[in-house]
Design a protein around this ligand. Structure first.
Ligand code: AMP
Ligand code: MG
Length: 419
């Protein structure tokens, strides 16, 4: 049995960063940029008004106050999107809206509230300036956000909403990012029935495909659901064939030591086993290796295959620990670990066989400290323990027990808004 760290290192050594693709900027969200993005325009393109008001010469406002306004002749009005053909000359002003280019001759913009416009009731031929304004007041300078020629985004960053907006502000319709991995998902088990069908005696619904596909999608991959295979080598091989051009294969079930646990036999025959069993709980029976397949162009290629345990909790926990980092690596991400915090545990946990335990917990923040309490029964078949949890408490393999009040590490599955 290998440690969680050894297993993860092994898995990561079999996956590579994927190739780049060019796609519409909105579709790039969450993906890693593979190009440095330079601007060939200035943003904003021209000096423009930061407020609705009057574009004036700063000199013409000198000494202005509510008691002693400076009265200027209004020679034009300019809205965002238009350019005034007039020039502000001594004694004149141009009425201007936010975003409109500052007319020639003007040195500042006096906001409406600092003029007597409200008292003029539509008679806008003249305007009284009530406050002295310094040169540059309420003017956004050309290029103050982005200078023409500047590098705006660097390769390697993850595209977030701000970056999508940034690309749009440069006029870019598409960008180059690392493509998303396609992950083929196959459930195994003679007892499984797919959702939407009647349940016959002795059968259970297939939930793993759905939780695993959701996790794939959540962490940036594209799930391809292959359905349910029976517990026979031929059924498994037939089903797996439909996933051999994916970037990764994930099966659930069939990796224990039972009579019908054929996944590792198939791995051994159709590829190579890298490891089987990890010193953790839940999730000890976890098979990993490669299966001979082909890429989209038909070239032979070994596809990483993660054989997750069938128990619904084990499947999800091992996914978080091994499949998630593999997907993130393929996506070109650098940080492969989930946020981990320290919390005060409120229950005792015993560790009988020296495995690392991941117990499901609810994490709450009180007086600036995190507290973790178990979700209840912790069997690896008890999916409600995942549904109730927002974190996984780590009980180290070298601890026989952990008592209430001790500080433990918690991998946050979710960062609930309350925290
Ligand atoms: P296995 O690893 O195949 O021995 O499965 C362990 C346990 O998980 C058994 O009780 C299975 O019935 C259950 N199980 C396996 N696959 C699934 C699945 N796709 N959905 C829900 N439960 C499953
Ligand atoms: Mg099974």
């Amino acid at each position: 049995m290998i440690s969680v760290e050894e297993a993860l290192e092994k898995v990561l050594s079999y996956v590579e960063v994927l190739e780049a693709e060019e796609k519409p900027i909105l579709d790039c969200l969450g993906q890693v940029l593979v190009e440095d993005v330079y601007s060939d325009i200035s943003i904003p393109p021209l000096d423009n008004a930061a407020m609705d008001g009057y574009a004036v010469r700063a000199e013409d406002t000198r000494g202005a106050s509510p008691q002693s306004p400076r009265t200027l002749r209004v020679i034009d009005t300019v809205a965002a999107g238009s350019i005034s053909q007039k020039e502000v000359t001594p004694g004149t002003a141009i009425r201007i809206m936010t975003g409109a280019p500052v007319p020639k001759g003007a040195g500042c913009v006096v906001q409406f509230e600092h003029t007597d416009e409200a008292q003029r009731r539509g008679a806008f031929a003249k305007i009284g300036i009530l406050h002295q304004a310094e040169p540059g007041l309420n003017i956004r300078r050309a290029g103050e956000d982005v200078a023409s020629g500047a590098r705006v985004l660097s390769r390697g960053i993850t595209v977030r909403p701000a970056e999508v907006g940034m690309l749009a502000s440069l006029g870019r319709a598409a960008a180059r990012v690392i493509r998303r991995p396609e992950v083929a998902i196959l459930a195994t088990g003679n007892e499984l029935v797919d959702v939407g069908r009647p349940l016959s005696p002795g059968k259970i619904y297939n939930s793993n495909t759905y939780s695993v596909a959701s996790l794939v999608r959540r962490y940036g991959g594209i799930p391809r659901v292959l359905g349910i295979a029976l517990d026979s080598e031929s059924s498994l091989v037939d089903s797996l064939r439909r996933g051999l051009d994916a970037d990764m294969l994930i099966t659930t079930g069939g990796v224990s030591a039972g009579d019908y646990d054929v996944v590792k036999d198939v791995l051994a025959k159709e590829g190579q086993i890298a490891f089987w069993t990890v010193r953790m709980k839940p999730g000890k029976p976890l098979a990993f290796g490669t299966i001979k397949g082909a890429d989209k162009a038909g070239r032979p290629r070994n596809i990483p295959h993660l054989g997750l345990p069938g128990n619904p909790v084990s499947a999800m926990v091992t996914f978080e620990l091994f499949a998630r980092p593999a997907i993130l690596k393929m996506l070109g991400k650098k940080n492969l670990t989930k946020p981990t915090i320290e919390a005060v545990i409120q229950d005792s946990v015993t560790n009988t066989d020296g495995r690392r335990i991941y117990t499901r917990a609810v994490v709450e923040k009180r007086d600036g400290r995190y507290f973790a309490r178990l979700t209840g029964p912790q069997g690896s078949g008890i999916l409600t323990s995942m549904s109730l949890a927002d974190g996984l408490v780590i009980i180290p393999e070298d601890r026989a027990s952990v008592e209430p009040g001790e500080i433990v590490k918690v991998i946050m599955l979710d960062w609930s808004e309350e925290l």
